[in-house]
Design a protein around this ligand. Sequence first.
Ligand code: IMP
Length: 196
Amino acid sequence: MDTIIFATHNAHKLEEVGKILSPLNIKVLGGDDCNLPEVEETGETFEENALIKAIAGVKALGKPVLAEDAGLSIEGLGGAPGVYSARFASAHGGYPETFKYINEQLSSGKSRDAFYTSIMVLAYSEDEYYVFKGYMHGKIALEPSGTNGFGYDPIFIPNGFNTTLGHIEEIVKNKISHRAQSIKQVYEFLKNKKGE
Ligand code: IMP
């Protein structure tokens, strides 16, 4: 059985990726299973950050490493918080305070269009790596609502829905999400690679 290391400490993400890749007889280990080094996300794009994590992992462990960087971009905020999504929420004192800040900023009629990005990088060496991109488009709600999901989900209404991700079942989110799109591409890539 082939093994891939997924550079995450998030058990939920690890399970999701492990399930998707299991039909290919690929075992997915997480960062906590194999002493993956912590690296600073110094990139200015999702792709740079995912690449930094994947390359650091493959250099330290000598095995294929999958890494992801994700975040929310809001049109009326000039694309912020983007790659700084986690840091933006901490800087504002947590998600409830951040939602308040975002809605204050958008209250003057700025665009509420927004999208999540998930960029996955699968690295076999420093020179051989592949990039996969997933997006979920939607709008910022007038106020936060619902407790499902995490992060910015209570203020994000995906296109085609009339409620926030805070009210949408996990099984549905996992079909439409940015991460679902990028992981599916990793799956197809690995399936083709196995068939070569
Ligand atoms: P990470 O790269 O998955 O750690 O995501 C960075 C940050 O982006 C998270 O801490 C959240 O603030 C935000 N984010 C990424 N994906 C999601 C999502 O699916 N729902 C809500 N927030 C997300």
